[in-house]
Design a protein around this ligand. Structure first.
Ligand code: TMP
Length: 220
């Protein structure tokens, strides 16, 4: 029996992951592949509460270690409650951010030792690993400009979230971090440059997904 697939989308702020997750789900459903879209942090009732804690601009004094542990706590719940059961049912799970985000944001961005991030990531994911990761790459300034216009989370006074509010240098380290991760794992992490036309970017994503489906004996 085939196990489901875990497809993750990653990228700096404003890279369009949510739009592309939705479009990709439509593409897979058309192929009669049972698909489920989910996101981190969040998706479970507990995870959504942790998302609020993590992203609220009110919590500006959150320490980097607290931040790391909250992301990982939300992830552990997500893995146990949603991802593992879905994979057992052969579902293709599309996850908007997963453990690479913690390497990029808390490791490279906050400068927490990458070995520590790896240990806590490993503990949270319980051996679950993405089959394929799409890294949507975008210039940091363009991305931040887009994300401030299209914020998914609403906060009092219409502010952007706590992480978006970090300076450009932080977000540049995040982007470089993601690109380093992709260099280290080129088989799993595919870099797709964000084009101004959404359909062009989506087509590139679909090509990588088709490759994965073929390797896993799905009919493409
Ligand atoms: P989103 O807005 O793309 O859904 O992501 C929420 C924010 O959380 C985004 O700024 C990236 C950040 N993040 C981390 O810093 N570490 C993590 O492990 C994850 C999953 C997200």
């Amino acid at each position: 029996m085939k196990r489901g697939l875990l497809l993750t989308l990653e990228g700096p702020e404003g890279s369009g992951k949510s739009t592309h997750s939705r479009l990709l789900a439509g593409y897979l459903i058309q192929k009669n592949i049972q698909t489920y879209c989910t996101r981190e942090p969040g998706s479970t009732a507990l995870g959504e509460k942790m998302r609020q804690l993590l992203l609220s601009p009110l919590h500006k004094n959150m320490s980097a270690r607290t931040e790391l542990l909250l992301y990982e706590a939300a992830r552990a719940q997500h893995v146990d409650e949603i991802i593992i059961p879905a994979l057992k049912k052969n579902v293709a799970v599309i996850c908007d951010r997963f453990y690479d985000a913690t390497f990029a944001y808390q490791g490279y961005g906050r400068k927490i030792d990458l070995n520590i991030v790896k240990h806590i990531n490993d503990f949270a994911v319980n051996k679950v690993k993405p089959d394929l990761t799409i890294l949507l790459d975008i210039d940091v300034n363009i991305g931040l400009e887009k994300s401030s216009r299209l914020s998914k989370d609403s906060f009092p006074r219409g502010e952007s979230d706590r992480i978006e509010q970090e300076g450009t240098e932080f977000h540049k380290r995040v982007r470089e971090g993601y690109l380093n991760l992709a260099q280290r794992e080129p088989e799993r992490i595919k870099v797709v440059t964000v084009e101004s036309e959404i359909s062009k970017t989506q087509l590139e994503i679909q090509k990588h997904i088709d490759g994965l489906l073929r390797r896993n004996n799905y009919v493409v």
